[in-house]
Design a protein around this ligand. Sequence first.
Ligand code: SF4
Length: 431
Amino acid sequence: MAVDAKALRIEGIYQQNDAGQFMLRVKLASGLLSVVQANSLARLGQKYGSGTLHLTTRGSIEFHALEYEQIPLVQRGMTEVGLFSRGACGGAVRGISCSTGFGRGFNHSQVLGRKLLMYFSGNPYFEGLPKKFKIAVEADYNGSRHLIQDLALVYVGEEQGEARYDVWIGGGLGRAPQAAILYQQQVPEKELLALTEAIIRVYAANVEPPKRLKTLIAKKGEAGLRRLLDAELATTSQVCFSDSFDKTVLPVSGECADLKLLVPVFAGELPAGKLEQIAGAATAAGVDYLLVTADQDLALLPNDQARRKQLVAALSTAGFAALDEPQRVMRICPGNHECRMGLSATRDLAKRLRQHFTCRLNGHELAISGCPNSCAQPQLADIGIIACKRGAGEHDRCRYDIYRRTNEELGIKVGESLTEEALLIHFEDLL
Ligand code: SF4
């Protein structure tokens, strides 16, 4: 049966390979999932697809290598526990990512991220966009993830009992990385929905597919974009979120930051059976929620020290070791292990780097992307690697660009089109 793979994208599904297998991306509210949901995904993951779930840098979870016939079965299982994938791919407002570093605005950002996800997912006014539209709600400026979003809302404090956000627009990575510009400062939360709608409408009306919002800044200049937005805002009704009780029932809190337990997941590759074990350990310790972190790991959030101890014991029994040791940050996209766009075997390269440099990697944030799309956000790591092309006539031998980041801006390219041998030498110099 012929499958229209392009039409499936809006449902969060990409064709993954020529064998006709698919990736399905689950949109999580701010990277958060309950133990019940985790168990459900774990069971589905063991039954369908590759048996391994992939944690993304934007707080989503992906099933890989699904057969077409398995997709409705997975979606049915997700629906049973309140999960969905609508708009996780294609020209839509994608999953709302939230910073997971427990900064001072963590609680606010979690609530706002959840509201935005609910509002824009499956809303036909905001589907059929020229390309993806990425929104992040950040608890503070740590990590500088606001620089790489189409729209980033950064919590900056409260005034008269209302949260305020700086608004950044027009960022993005890919072949032409561009840092976002600061559009407005200290915007009250109640004005953010109308502002977000206006920005998306300007994007939809002025950008040709398949381009991102950042191209509008290149075309019109910052002043030109501001004029378009002013005109749009003048006609936008002041729709705003009503206040809700989710501020008080939100299951995670920035106050738990010290209790957080990180379960490292190499390259975000989490065997579905392991997720079931983690969910089981969480249940045994009375912990109800898990968080997919921005570095593709899992965080568990016990309420007190006693539960934390119980959790460490239960996870150790299940074979998870070194939970309390400082973790190495290594963001790694699927590369050509599983992605059609991938030019290199990213996980294999990461393992070789680990072997070569062992503990010298500690304290350095590393990110590897299998193509210039930069899904692992290499320009935000201390050292970033991007597979840029295959060496001409060298069959499988890939070439790499290497990036170095030493300030709060995007990292800059310090080596270009390197063979793996040259990359290793360059990498050693940077450590
Ligand atoms: S960076 Fe490229 S290879 Fe890696 S997941 Fe994204 S599109 Fe695929």
